[in-house]
Design a protein around this ligand. Structure first.
Ligand code: T1G
Length: 695
């Protein structure tokens, strides 16, 4: 029974029981209607409570039903039944009353919640909008501006704040059900008429004339290229200009537009992909994670300090080791500065800053790492230094400790060989700034034990990262794909496009910034050093020629005030540079290249198809478990727009694998460059008519 009706005296309790999150499936909607009808017919019942069992009140519509299309009673029917009920109904909220769950609660007479509960309308994160009256009822309760922010952000609101805003009528300390029953009794004592949210009117005069135009302009910038936020503005505007029933009808039309937009499919793909990454194929169910009670970080530089913060933030004691007292002091100083910056923004209290700093214990002695359950090194990126560190760790780390490297491209297998316990060695590749970026690549070595992978994935969740398992290839998943993207951007500039033209195409597509603005921000000397270390073919080296010349001219990017772009003193705004144009012309002359006009479509195809082709090679080589894992890497580590689903979802759904293959073959024929050879997996999928999900 997904919905049951029980009785406590004269109060009926409708309880939804549809684990894990009481998603509102067709059966739940039918069950609520059935229980409502029974309760209304039961003369002994004078009031009702709508509650849910398990860890949360209804957390929204059942997303797994979206692809199947509508079935069973609609949300609208359930909302109407709740609002038409002559007996007062109190919604009892705990956990995350999200989406349709909150919307049903808004149709009840009142809402009570435990202080730890959260309410929210996260539909926008799925590319849709609240379709069960949320865009009409919430503005009536909290006001148009506040409602718009809650709905467009999709972010949760803690129950105490929701109570202040008027969404929750009472906070219940102690037993929620008892509190809800008592509240229902208090409504009976007050007697009719019971206020219904739908009866609250919004005075159009109270809304500034340009409010919605300004909202559209704001979200066109803040939620660039995104469809649902604009439709949310339309829906909330309807709550002001139409009566409730017309407004509800308008909302239903608007969510229908969203459901069929490619961005909705993309974002729903991302929702499930984010949960798939934690599933390791063929991992025995009984695999136990190793307990991680204490962590140690080696290296208190930018990365080491940022990594340490993740654990301190999660309340996990972390020992931070450096080779010098100055280095340690400097590293701790940076960590404290980061925390104090958060405190200045009101994100942390001074006490929380001290508590987090107290979780970090500095040391200069390897012996202090002996009781750590996990040790992560974030030292200089050379194998020689890694060897010294891991040989030392092999001596001091306790049996069963996980030994992790934060390397961004060195071989985990090589590093594991520096120890007598390769099964305990794994890559934990954080992205800079490590205390901010959500992605954590968990690099599986040849000998990495399965429970080490499982432990790493669990730990990722604990420190609010999204962990993705990557194979041990050069660049793992993200950086390996980035290489092709950056190479094409540079070659396009060599062939006649300007850095600004390339960056505009990439930015307009939805990347947070273009390739050259990103290189300037990261520092051109990083690529310069890497190119010098590797034996590049002439064709590969060509892509780096302009970057090399810029570095040799002292133009290292933002940090030197000029790179591909010029920067006014103190400004981070990239400005096209004549100096760079001259360097490009010199390199073109040296390479015998005569610049040609390049259209935006070629720029888009070459940068993103190179990225996707590499992703398909990674998938085909088993360096990623799923195409959707690669999407999660690129969205969370490199800012690929989630509303396009990630590079692999975009390639398959917006371009089509057949077209992609044809274009790769075109560029391979045009350039003769080996990297345009289509991934073997792509050729197989196209010839067999299979999808990426079939792998
Ligand atoms: N439908 C179906 N399955 C869901 C689900 C949902 N709404 N939410 C979670 N799951 C599955 C999830 O895939 C995972 O499955 C398991 O539950 C645990 O989830 C009309 C149309 C509630 C905060 O967007 O935000 O209402 O991997 O790992 O970290 O206007 O789940 O175990 O097989 O995330 O504790 C609006 C989405 C829907 C809420 C719990 N609601 N869910 O987080 O667990 S649209 C949402 C969440 C809507 C109406 C519209 C989170 C959570 P598996 P989990 P968690």
């Amino acid at each position: 029974m997904v919905v049951s009706l029980s009785r406590q005296g004269n109060v009926g309790i409708i309880t939804v029981d549809h684990p894990p999150v009481n998603a509102i499936s067709a059966a739940v909607r039918a069950g609520i209607l059935e229980a409502l009808a029974q309760a209304q017919a039961d003369g002994a019942l004078e009031a009702l409570v709508l509650a849910a069992s398990g860890r949360t009140f209804m957390a929204g519509a059942d997303i797994t039903e979206f692809a199947k299309g509508p079935a069973g009673p609609t949300f609208h029917e359930v909302c109407q039944a709740l609002e038409a009920a002559p007996k007062p109904i109190v919604a009892a909220l705990h956990g995350t009353a999200f989406g349709g769950g909150l919307e049903l609660a808004l149709c009840c007479t009142a809402r009570v919640a435990v202080p730890s509960a959260q309410v929210g309308l996260p539909e926008v994160k799925l590319g849709i909008l609240p379709g069960a009256g949320g865009t009409q009822r919430l503005p009536r309760l909290v006001g148009v501006a506040a409602a718009l922010d809650i709905i467009v952000s999709g972010d949760p609101v803690a129950a105490p704040q929701a109570a202040k805003a008027g969404v929750v009528d009472a906070l219940i300390e102690g037993d929620l059900l008892a509190g809800a029953v008592a509240y229902a009794q208090s409504l009976l004592a007050k007697g009719q008429p019971y206020r219904r949210v739908r009866d609250i009117t919004i005075d159009p005069e109270s809304i500034p004339a340009d409010f919605f135009a300004a909202a559209r302009a704001r979200f066109a910038k803040e939620r660039r290229n995104q469809f649902a936020p604009q439709k949310i503005v339309d829906a909330v505007e309807a709550a002001v200009v139409l009566d409730i029933d017309a407004g509800l009808e308008r909302e239903r039309a608007l969510i229908a537009e969203c459901f069929v937009h490619p961005q909705a499919r993309a974002l729903q793909h991302v929702f499930f992909a984010e949960r798939q990454v934690a599933k390791i194929p063929n991992l025995a169910k009984e695999t136990q994670s190793r307990p991680i009670a204490k962590v140690a970080i080696i290296g208190a530089g930018t990365m080491g300090g940022g990594i340490a913060m993740n654990f301190a933030n999660a309340g996990i004691p972390v020992t931070l080791l450096e080779v010098s007292a100055e280095g340690l002091e400097r590293g701790l100083g940076v960590v404290r500065k980061n925390y104090e910056a958060s405190a200045a923004k009101g994100k942390l209290t001074a006490a929380q800053v001290e508590a987090r700093m107290a979780h970090i214990t500095p040391t200069l002695a390897y012996s202090d790492l002996a009781d750590a359950d996990l040790i992560i090194e974030a030292v200089f990126e050379t194998l020689d230094v890694k060897r010294q560190v891991f040989q030392e760790l092999d001596k001091v780390a306790k049996a069963g400790a996980i030994l992790a490297s934060n390397t961004s491209y060195l071989s985990i297998d090589t590093i594991a060989q520096y120890t007598t316990r390769p099964a305990d060695v794994v890559g934990l590749h954080f992205f800079s700034p490590a205390n901010v970026m959500r992605l954590l690549e968990i690099v599986r070595g040849e000998k990495t034990a399965p429970d080490v992978l499982a432990t790493s994935l669990e730990l990722a969740r604990r420190i609010k990262k999204i962990g993705v398992v990557a194979g041990n290839c050069h660049g793992f998943i993200g950086n390996r794909m980035l290489e092709g993207y950056g190479r094409e951007a540079n070659l396009l500039v060599l062939e006649g496009a300007s850095p600004a033209q390339v960056d505009k195409v990439l930015f307009d597509f939805g990347m947070p910034m273009g390739a050259f603005a990103m290189s300037d921000m990261a520092g051109l000397d990083i690529g310069y050093r890497s190119r010098k270390e590797r034996q590049l073919t002439n064709l590969q080296a060509r892509a780096g020629r302009v970057g090399d010349k810029l570095v040799e001219a002292g133009r290292l990017g933002l940090k030197s005030g000029a790179g591909f772009y010029d920067y006014a003193p103190g400004s981070r705004t990239p400005m096209p540079s004549d100096a760079t144009a001259q360097i490009i012309a010199q390199v073109q002359a040296g390479e015998g290249i005569s610049a040609r006009k390049i259209d935006d479509q070629e720029i888009l195809e070459r940068c993103f198809f190179a990225l996707v082709n590499e992703g398909l090679k990674i998938l085909g080589e088993g360096m990623a478990y799923r195409a959707s894992d690669i999407d999660i890497v690129y969205i969370n580590g490199y800012g690929f727009p989630a509303y396009r689903g990630g590079p692999m979802h975009w390639a398959e759904n917006a371009i089509g694998l057949k077209t992609l293959l044809e274009r790769l073959q075109h560029y391979a024929a045009q350039t003769g460059a080996p990297w345009w050879t289509p991934a073997p997996l792509l050729e197989r999928l196209v010839s067999e008519g299979r999808s990426l999900a079939s792998i």
